[in-house]
Design a protein around this ligand. Sequence first.
Ligand code: FCB
Length: 449
Amino acid sequence: MPEQTSLAQQFPAGFVWGVATSAYQIEGAANEGGRAPSIWDTFSHTPGKILDHSSGDVACDHYHRYAEDVEHISNLGLDAYRFSVSWSRVQPDGSGVWNEEGMAFYARLISALAKKNISAHMTLYHWDLPQALQEQGGWLNRDTADHFARYAQEMAARFGDQLASIATHNEPWCTANLGYGNGQFAPGVKDEVAALQVSHHLLLSHGLAIQAMRRQNKKAKLGIVLNQWTADPATESESDCAAAAWEYARSVQWFMDPIFRGHYPALALAKIDQSRFVVAPGDLEAIHQPLDFLGVNYYFRAYVSTETPPRLPEAKLGLSDMGWEIYPEGLSRLLIGIHEEYKDLGLPPIYITENGMAVADQLDGEQIHDSPRIDYMQRHFHEVAKAIAAGVNIKGFFYWSLLDNFEWNSGYLRRFGLIYVDYVSQRRIWKDSAIWFKGFVQKFRGLVA
Ligand code: FCB
């Protein structure tokens, strides 16, 4: 690994360093301030869905402790904070009346960030659909896309001028394939064909929301956050290579092509069960909107093997506590790949909106020695720098996550934070990685030698 200073010097002036979180994973206060349940409240309270039988009822209690958390971001010396809005906190039924108490919470958060010169990057949908909309069919109901656009417009009207960016969706691949495909995430439906239709409605809702927000606020920087990976064939065999191409088409291009080309990838369309796949006239035009930025979340690659049992990657750098292969090189390859593929199709500047590592962190007195996380960050920063050197326009990097938090169906058993959370006392304790990141950003800014 290059040493810290030389790595920091590889990033262009003005590069944005930040941290990311999401509403359901940190806020808690599930029944306070007029908030109504979302599908994640329902799901986490359904026995057997969450590994440690927990929920986001309290989580990091960020709803009450946001000021302290903003202070931590400021003390880390970071430029930017990416957070999401709990839709059912600001519009309990997902349609109709706005909940002013919920809106006031986000207004307080945004003004606390502004006071510390931290730019605010808002995500509108990080998986927590108002339960009331789920009762009407959730993302399988096309009307949900219209409700989402109305909600987006309202948020842009109220906050657009104070935000550095607004993303419509976080990882629609997960909403569709984990929420509706394998049922691991809320709402827990297991129906691969339904998942396809959900992905279309998510994309449609994105396009409608972008149009509605643009009408509302001409200046706001608008985009979407996609989780992406390279799809590497395990061997050179024809079947592995074909399966890898298919995997890339149905995961990465499935979202990128409608957004940047105005159509679904032919390779994926040819193989999917289209029996219940409805694309209405005009939908693809609605989805194909110019964007100000693309958010890329990267954690691992897809390693594609058609053998039984499938070949597994060698995982030279090991696995994270999620069991995910640590494969930093995939990040630069992915970024260079999408740059090549979409640069003439209006690909906007990219932010790495999430990247981070779960480690089985242990408290050692008042310290957490998470050297694997520091190594992970360094290696991934290095790959981002490589992609920039290769000509990819990357504007910033958000580490996932500021705090340990409710890691969806893994509950509180997986820790991604730079800051350790003792869930009993709600004490926040900086890990070694937080201290390292602070030092790195200082070096980047030339504040210290
Ligand atoms: C991403 C999610 C985020 C977090 C990380 C570990 O897929 O967007 O909320 O759970 O994974």
